[in-house]
Write a protein that binds this ligand. Structure first.
Ligand code: CO
Length: 134
């Protein structure tokens, strides 16, 4: 069921500083910062040869990453995203295995315009897992 690692998401307190760190100090290719009001985040993508790093910074009042940043003021790893071919089949498989899907359990359109779900970290080795249909 699981395909490629699509991205690892890192929440950062200072998006410009984090972007400069990856671009200038570590020599990576970075995207422009994009506000995603529907998701309550501003994102920057770091392009790596085999995957991406997604830098996340809270946007707006009800950002889903604001509490994470409050608990982790210097930032930290937020989630990993695995690709799946069929999100509905993937949800059926993981829920049959006892994993919980966050929210109403239905896929929604994620920050990359593709259907995604998030799995409860307590059911996934303490790590927030995003499944994205590609
Ligand atoms: Co993600």
């Amino acid at each position: 069921m699981l395909g490629r690692l699509n991205h690892v998401a890192i929440v950062v307190p200072d998006l410009a500083a984090a972007t400069a760190l990856y671009r200038d100090t570590m020599g990576a290719t970075v995207s422009e910062a994009v506000d995603q009001p529907a998701h309550g985040v501003t994102t920057v993508f770091i392009e790596l040869p085999n995957t991406k790093i997604e830098l996340l910074h809270p946007l707006g009042e009800n950002s889903p990453v604001a509490a994470f940043l409050a608990k982790n003021p210097s930032g930290g790893m937020h989630h990993v995203c695995y690709e799946v071919e069929d999100i509905d089949a993937a949800v059926a498989q993981v829920t049959a295995g006892g994993m919980r899907v966050l929210g109403d359990g239905k896929p929604r359109i994620g920050a990359h315009g593709k259907p995604v779900v998030f799995l409860h970290p307590k059911d996934a080795c303490g790590t927030l897992v995003e499944l994205e249909q590609v």
